[in-house]
Design a protein around this ligand. Structure first.
Ligand SMILES: [Zn+2]
Length: 149
């Protein structure tokens, strides 16, 4: 392989090594802003006193996902590593996303629902801690959600 010399190629490589990805983590329950603003909290039933609220439908508590953006090294298996798998079989669209452990809290790591990278939505199915001597990186092995999902 020839070493890249032009700035454009160097920039492209740098972008490939570090890029912004978005982690969608399962969030927490938050009070409906409308109902909490009006003081419509039913403390006995833990619901809203206004069952017709258009925001929470009377539930009062809204489940909100949290978004975390981090710089990650994103690698698509079929492009970069054709012979990686022991069986020699490459799964289409498999993706390795590596971030610093500081990018996410342990809770966030455990509640990742989705990663968005390269304008694609990915489903994490394996989390690998890496690094020597300290485990300072996390690699998420992910696959693109099926188109129907
Ligand atoms: Zn409400």
């Amino acid at each position: 392989m020839e070493f890249p010399t032009t700035k454009t190629i160097k920039d492209a490589i740098r972008d490939a090594i570090g890029q912004q990805v978005t982690f969608i983590c399962e969030g927490t329950y938050e009070a409906c802003p409308t109902c909490s603003g009006l003081g419509y909290y039913d403390e006995i039933n833990q619901t809203s006193l206004d069952s017709t609220c258009t925001v929470c439908s009377g539930a009062y508590w809204l489940f909100t996902d949290s978004k975390v953006t981090a710089v990650a090294h994103v690698r698509w298996s079929r492009m970069d590593e054709p012979n990686r798998e022991m069986s020699g079989k490459t799964t289409d669209g498999e993706c390795y996303i590596t971030v610093s452990v500081d990018s996410l809290t342990p809770t966030q790591v455990n509640t990742i629902k989705e990663i968005q990278a390269d304008s694609r939505r990915l489903n994490v199915y394996r989390t690998v801690y890496k690094g020597v001597p300290t485990r300072d990186r996390i690699t998420f092995v992910a696959k693109e959600f099926t188109k129907t999902a």
